[in-house]
Design a binder for this molecule. Sequence first.
Ligand code: OAD
Length: 253
Amino acid sequence: MTKTIPAEVVEHLRNAVRVAVLTGAGVSAESGLPTFRQAQTGLWSHYDPTELATPEAFLRNPRLVWDWYAYRRRMAREAHPNPAHYALVTLEQHAANFTLITQNIDGLHRRAGSQSILELHGNLERIRRFDSGTDVETWDDDGQTPPRCPQTGELLRPSVVWFGEALPQQELRMAYSVAEQSDLFLAVGTSALVQPAASLPLIAKRAGAYVIEINPEETSLSVIADCCFRGKAGVVLPILVRQAFGETEEAVG
Ligand code: OAD
């Protein structure tokens, strides 16, 4: 990253009382997990979301959809948090009030040690019954794909948000409120193309927050951001944290 850190960014990092961060797939890219929309490497350039990420697709071919998420669960388990995840843990420790809003379903923020997390699109490790929508505590993959609930016989599905489905209402309400009350808002590694998550930085900006974007590419957020860093999250975030607080936590495994 060639850009020097503007003094006002360091001031905002040090002095913000309410910090909100929105992350997308770009934060996990340096952990080896593919993003969605990047040409060549993005998941949606190889796979058709209408065949894999809708309730209709699941009903048409539950085995295909279950297996695709089982594959992604295996990839997420094998991945390790990267310096971007750890820098956000450090930021949380220094902020008076901090919320991490993520669109990612890979669980890497929690594994890195972040505490206050709102998962807007669910989590690969959670499984729920297809019809009733209730979570199952434990599930046994007995070779049937997808497994069924032993009590009700319902098909089990990953507890993630598919296209055409509503986001978890409580998380979404909290995310709106956090964005509105934040005085510093960071948008990291998201194309900002998927609503309603993409509206959160705009809500924060309208309510008076200082908005920082970290992304190697320009996005629709770039024009409203107060400061854009065109670099990788795993490079930029540790530098910001080091400059503001004189320390950072690098990846440990
Ligand atoms: P996208 O794939 O749409 O965007 C990823 C963004 O990360 C792009 O803007 C990249 O430029 C940026 N990026 C790539 N590498 C990066 C790095 N090392 N550091 C920082 N940024 C980097 O992914 P999302 O914005 O997360 O939804 O997509 C939003 C939602 O669309 C996902 O949650 C998923 C998808 O369909 C569901 O599955 C419901």
